[in-house]
Design a protein around this ligand. Structure first.
Ligand code: ADP
Length: 922
């Protein structure tokens, strides 16, 4: 029951108690409203305080009806007439001034013809009730919302918030409601979530940033925005609220204003007149409090996760020294990385120290004591590892004291730095090795500082001392330039300028050591610049190259000596590539080739060789090998301005590791004169042979002449007798013709034979020489009664040389045989002299034998008969040149002439190399 009901209960009871007395109109007049009504319920008169609060009805002649004063939609509808209302408690809501509603309660009482309506103002009671209702509703909603926000899963948080805003909006008829939070970086405000009624303007959206428009508000009270105030006072809010009415409810926590509940397009007075400021604050708190809690909790959770992951990855973690229990609390990841049993994150300080390497324990213990006194801790420690061979694990241990006195906490961090430490150790070891190496090497590493354009020594590696005996102190005050050889100083200064200009330099100069000896050093320097490109220092290396330099000098000198030797040598010396391109030729060679020595490199030796010579030359080079790198031959050249030159030419091949011919070094000697005299000798020998053969030849020609003469005599005789037949004459004339041809052939061949030999050798068939020889000799021999036993060769081969020269050899052998045979026949009458010629071949060679039965050569003379001028014949008969010239000819053809004694006489053998078929060009 309402407190007002009691009051009215009493009030309504009173008339019956005082029905016989005057109604307590006066008593009521002061506090309420007294209306005098007629039977129809029209107001005849009014009195009481509230009279002035009633709305003025338009004046009319007729008194107005009470019903017209009743606010439409009132809790209690007024129907019928006053007589019907008698005995009832009337709750009336009458129209007041300025659109206000008057909440009145009372009843009617008859007074004669009229009715008195007594009404008391219960506005306060109604409002109080309304507020109580509102508050209850608010509390229920707030409790429900905050519980939902607290309990929902994180993924549904936004959805739940949205629903909560929806509930709020529906409950208090708010068209647009949003919750603004500071964004994560706390840069400005942002709509975390908003709800719009379906017919409401879309003022905001989720995630919308609001800038700093809300910052200017105090955040202590609820702010109403309407046309009268607020909107104009806060121009920055106009944008946010689209110039509409609104309500802003702050939420404060220990960080200050942390959220705003925004109600847009909201005439709050109209829609929720009963809600008090504290109700709004409660609603905002119910929404924002749990939400912020959840969000902060979530952020913390993420942070923790990140931290955990980081600690796990780094093998690191925090620790806290619990001074009162002498224990250490470790982050779980750290405990795991220290190989503590799972879940074991707290251990005694002593046990913790036990985990460290014995070498580091005492230091750590002492530092922990210092930490308690407030001195920050920073120490690198190793873990104690009982297993040998396991890489050392290093930790960086940092700690600091937080707070003071009883509140002091000792916290720190441990970080696995094994990687860095091990690398550091490796680098240090490498460094030490390098230092060692440099110190024991003939190289000196130096650093020169750049000071205003000058380069001043600032560091030398320890190897300076053994090399030069100087130290860094010795080069103060520019002393160091004195070390440089006076002749090399210009070079050194030039090197400095070049280094500064180009950034690196490579030079070689002499430095004096403490004993006064000079060393050649190779200087490699590089300029280092700073970020701005300005020179900072030069780092360089000196390499002692004294020995190498002196050796090079010796080589140069010896090369010079050899060069002079080569240049001044009477022999022709040259180097050429396998394609016969000259790379070097000395002066004598250039003189022969009629050009300057410097023009020789690049020219081709082949240009002075005939096609055959060149072919033979190249063939000979192909036979050179690393095992047999040398070959000698006589080559014939066509030199400018000369007919032919003959050089004895020795080649030596130079090969690479794979046995590939790289170049040829050759020495040549001009053999033209020797060759010429040889040719002349051959020629004279040939002439001598011809002379020898003169008698034979006379016989050779005489024979056909005799035959012809006989034929002519016979013909003439027949002609004289007149007895001549045409057949007979024809026969004789044919015979004469055959003899003329025979004589002509002999003469012809003699002419050919008498000619000088060709300059170059040609391939020919040796049978041709045998035939030529016989054409000159056969008749003469037979005429002397010698039996010529000539065997057909029966094979075709080619040998290289001159056919007339082989003929000459054969003639010499035949003439010698003839002489021996005739001599023997003189002594022995029944002697039957014969000469045999026969031949034989194998793969490489052809052999021709000339044998006779003249008794042979005295074995003691066998070795000497090829000597020039050796003869057993009487003076004027033998020249002693025949066999020696023949020997030379056969040797020149690459063959060999030899002799032995057969059963009946001498047996000469001409052995000649066969030219392979594929090498015969014509
Ligand atoms: P020459 O015939 O002018 O003496 P050669 O050099 O031709 O000069 O011969 C040298 C010597 O070899 C001859 O004097 C001779 O004693 C000897 N001789 C050469 N051929 C024969 C032969 N077939 N039988 C015996 N002796 C020979």
């Amino acid at each position: 029951m309402n407190p007002g009901d009691k009051l009215f209960g009493r009030f309504l009871a009173r008339p019956s108690q005082s029905s016989e007395g005057r109604p307590p109109v006066e008593a009521l007049q002061g506090i309420g409203l007294l209306l005098v009504l007629d039977e129809q319920g029209r107001i005849l008169a009014s009195s009481g305080q509230l009279r002035h609060a009633l709305a003025q009805l338009p004046p009319s002649a007729e008194p107005c009806d009470l019903v017209d004063y009743v606010v439409p939609g009132s809790t209690q509808a007024l129907e019928g007439r006053p007589a019907d209302w008698s005995g009832q408690v009337l709750d009336l809501q009458l129209r007041g001034l300025a659109g206000k509603t008057l909440y009145l309660r009372g009843g009617v009482q008859r007074q004669g013809e009229q009715w008195l309506l007594h009404l008391l103002d219960i506005g306060d009671l109604v409002q109080q009730r309304q507020q109580t209702l509102n508050r209850e509703q608010c509390q229920v909603l707030a409790a429900q919302v905050s519980e939902q926000l607290r309990l929902c899963t994180m993924s549904r948080l936004q959805e739940v918030l949205h629903d909560a805003l929806g509930d709020l909006a529906r409950c208090w008829r708010i068209p647009c409601v949003g919750l603004a939070l500071l964004d994560e970086q706390e840069q400005g405000w942002m709509i975390q979530c908003c709800y719009h009624a379906h017919d409401a303007p879309r003022l905001w959206h989720d995630g919308q940033t609001l800038g700093s428009g809300l910052d200017s508000l105090g955040g202590n009270t609820v702010l109403r925005l309407n046309q009268i105030h607020g909107l104009n006072e806060h121009p920055r809010l106009q944008g946010i609220f689209a110039h509409r009415e609104g309500l802003l409810v702050p939420y404060r926590d220990d960080h200050g204003v942390a959220a705003w509940l925004l109600c847009g397009d909201y005439p709050v007075q109209q829609h929720a007149p009963g809600l008090l400021e504290r109700d709004w604050l409660m609603l905002a708190a119910a929404l924002a409090g749990p939400l912020l809690g959840r969000l902060r909790e979530y952020r913390n959770h993420l942070q923790m996760e990140r931290l955990d992951a980081l600690q796990g990855l780094l093998g690191a973690g925090w620790w806290e020294l619990l001074a009162d229990t002498a224990e250490v609390q470790l982050a779980s990841q750290l405990a795991a990385s220290l190989d503590l049993p799972e879940g074991h994150t707290r251990l005694g300080v002593e046990a913790w120290l036990e985990l460290m390497h014995p070498a580091d324990r005492a230091e750590l213990a002492s530092r922990l004591q210092e930490l308690k006194l407030g001195k920050p801790l920073l120490l690198c420690v190793r873990l104690h590892q009982s297993e040998p061979g396991v890489a050392t694990r290093w930790y960086r241990l940092q700690g600091q004291a937080l707070g003071r006195g009883a509140q002091q906490r000792l916290v720190g961090f441990m970080l696995d730095i094994s990687d860095i430490k091990n690398q550091q150790q490796q680098a240090a070891a490498a460094h030490a090795r390098l230092d060692n190496l440099i110190a024991s090497s003939p190289a000196v590493i130096y650093v020169q500082r750049y000071v205003e354009g000058a380069l001043l020594p600032s560091f030398f590696s320890a190897s300076l001392q053994p090399l030069l005996g100087w130290t860094l102190e010795d080069c103060n005050d520019g002393q160091w330039v004195q070390w440089i050889h006076p002749d090399d100083r210009d070079l050194y200064f030039q090197r400095c300028r070049q280094l500064l200009r180009e950034g690196s330099v490579h030079s070689r100069y002499r430095l004096q050591d403490r004993q006064g000896n000079f060393h050649w050093v190779l200087d490699e320097a590089r300029l280092l610049r700073n970020d701005l490109g300005l020179p900072v220092e030069a780092v360089g290396l000196w390499l002692d190259v004294t020995e190498a330099t002196l050796a090079a000098e010796q080589v140069r000198q010896s090369e010079e000596r050899y060069r002079i030797l080569v240049e001044d040598s009477p022999a022709m010396i040259c180097r050429y590539r396998p394609d016969l391109t000259l790379t070097f030729g000395n002066r004598p060679l250039a003189a022969y080739l009629e050009c300057a020595a410097q023009d020789l490199p690049g020219s081709n030796l082949g240009q002075w060789l005939s096609a055959e010579q060149r072919e033979g030359f190249e063939r000979r080079l192909k036979l050179l090998s690393p095992e047999f790198p040398v070959s000698t031959a006589e080559i014939s050249l066509q030199l400018p301005g000369r007919e032919h030159a003959w050089w004895v030419w020795s080649d030596r091949g130079v090969f690479d590791e794979q046995g590939q011919l790289l170049e040829i070094q050759a020495v040549g000697r001009d053999n033209t004169e020797v060759r010429r005299s040889q040719q002349q000798l051959t020629q004279s020998a040939k002439m001598a042979t011809l002379g020898e053969m003169a008698t034979g030849l006379a016989h050779e020609i005489n024979q056909p002449l005799n035959v012809m003469r006989m034929a002519i005599v016979n013909v003439l005789k027949r002609l004289g007798n007149g007895d001549i037949q045409i057949d007979y004459l024809t026969d004789k004339l044919n015979r004469i013709d055959a003899q003329v041809q025979r004589a002509a052939r002999v003469v012809d061949h003699m002419r050919v034979f008498g000619r000088r030999s060709e300059v170059e050798q040609r391939p020919f068939n040796p049978a041709q020489a045998i035939e030529g020889t016989l054409s000159l000799m056969a008749e003469g021999m037979r005429g002397k009664g010698l039996d010529l036993r000539i065997s057909e060769l029966g094979f075709e081969v080619q040998v290289m040389g001159f056919v007339d020269q082989l003929e000459q050899v054969l003639i010499n052998l035949l003439v010698n045989a003839r002489d021996a045979l005739l001599e023997k026949r003189e002594a022995q009458n029944d002697f039957k002299p014969w000469i045999a010629i026969h031949g034989q071949r194998d793969e490489q060679r052809v052999r021709l034998w000339v044998e006779d039965n003249g008794g042979g050569i005295d074995p003691r003379l066998l070795e000497r008969i090829f000597e020039p001028f050796f003869t057993t014949k009487p003076v004027g008969v033998g020249t002693g040149l025949g066999l020696s010239v023949s020997y030379g000819i056969i040797e020149n053809m690459g063959g060999r002439l030899s002799v032995s004694n057969g059963q009946e006489g001498a047996r000469f053998c001409i052995e000649l190399p066969i030219v392979p078929a594929d090498q015969i060009t014509r």
